[in-house]
Ligand binder design. Structure first.
Ligand SMILES: NC(=O)c1ccc[n+]([C@@H]2O[C@H](COP(=O)([O-])OP(=O)(O)OC[C@H]3O[C@@H](n4cnc5c(N)ncnc54)[C@H](OP(=O)(O)O)[C@@H]3O)[C@@H](O)[C@H]2O)c1
Length: 269
């Protein structure tokens, strides 16, 4: 790596870069001068995104993060192309809208595989490359529901809570390596996320007219890459709910049910 030179070109890996927040993040980072490796399963979509990036040298890595050998292969490709890594954005994720009685073991496993185990394994595999980076940063894209569980998405919310917890552990564990670890908790964001996820109950889609654009979440990723913070929640109401829950769970439940609307009931006992 050219870490010590003033003309250092930072290298980033963005998982889940074939659409939504990941694609917007890759674009945003490229404008900021990063050379970006775009990783996902759909190579054609990754190529489309690569064509929209600023600058040259960007890399497409087709990989299924649920396959540990794909993670190893991705790291080999990165080492060969970049030599080191300054930024890892663990963004790939899948949702799961299902009521308790509809939960299926296979889907449950896949949600935790993609949202929890994959970022852990990717962080582990990328660590030797990050150690060669300049002021290296890992950013885990969690969710506001990682700090306040919501009905109809117990499995997804639990997976994002696990990712928040991983950030708490790793940011201390990796301090000696000089690797900053940040957790980003976006709120509702306009992407294809809700079309892609299993939804056996046919729970209604959220109102995306109130959602943040993916490009604004990408700007937050860039801000954390430049100036790491342990955790950032993108809507203050969700931040309040998350902080309130351990101390005043009933009040938190009431506020959440009011916010969600629909047929959810406030627990009475
Ligand atoms: N949209 C929201 O409202 C919202 C809110 C808070 C947090 N988030 C989080 O933001 C992140 C990005 O979501 P998004 O909204 O941008 O949704 P999205 O457009 O559906 O993007 C998800 C990305 O993850 C990739 N992916 C999924 N499974 C993968 C696997 N096994 N291996 C490799 N890549 C995989 C997908 O690519 P391929 O299908 O090509 O593999 C895609 O690029 C997720 O972690 C999500 O939980 C989203």
């Amino acid at each position: 790596m050219t870490g010590a030179t003033p003309t250092h070109v930072p290298y980033a890996l963005v998982t889940g870069a074939s659409s939504g927040i990941g694609a917007a993040t890759a674009r945003c980072l490229s404008v900021a001068g990063y050379t970006v490796a775009l990783l996902a399963r759909r190579a054609d979509k990754l190529e489309e995104v690569r064509r929209t990036l600023t600058g040259t040298g960007h890399l497409v890595i087709r990989a299924d993060l649920n396959e540990p050998e794909d993670i190893q292969r991705a790291i080999h490709q990165l080492r060969a192309a970049f030599g080191g890594l300054d930024l890892l954005v663990n963004n790939a994720g899948i949702g799961y809208r299902a009521l308790l009685e509809e939960l299926e073991a296979d889907t449950l496993m896949r949600v935790f595989q993609t949202n929890v185990f994959a970022p852990l394994l990717m962080s582990k595999a990328a660590l030797p490359l990050l150690r060669k980076g300049r002021k290296p940063v890992i950013i885990n894209v969690s969710s506001v529901v990682g700090r306040r569980g919501i009905p109809g998405q117990a499995a997804y919310a639990a997976s994002k809570a696990a990712l928040c917890s991983i950030g708490e552990s790793l940011r201390i564990e990796l301090a000696a390596d000089g690797v900053a670890v940040c957790t980003l908790c976006p709120a509702l964001t306009t992407t294809g996320f809700f079309d892609a996820q299993p939804n056996p109950a046919g729970l209604s889609d959220p109102e995306l007219n109130r959602a943040d654009p993916a490009a604004s979440v990408a700007e937050e990723v860039l801000a954390l890459a430049v100036q790491p913070k342990p955790e950032k929640t993108l809507r203050w109401k969700w931040k309040v709910l998350g902080a309130l829950t351990p101390f005043a769970p009933r009040l938190s439940d009431r506020l959440l049910v009011k916010r969600l609307g629909g047929d959810w009931e406030i627990p009475r006992r």
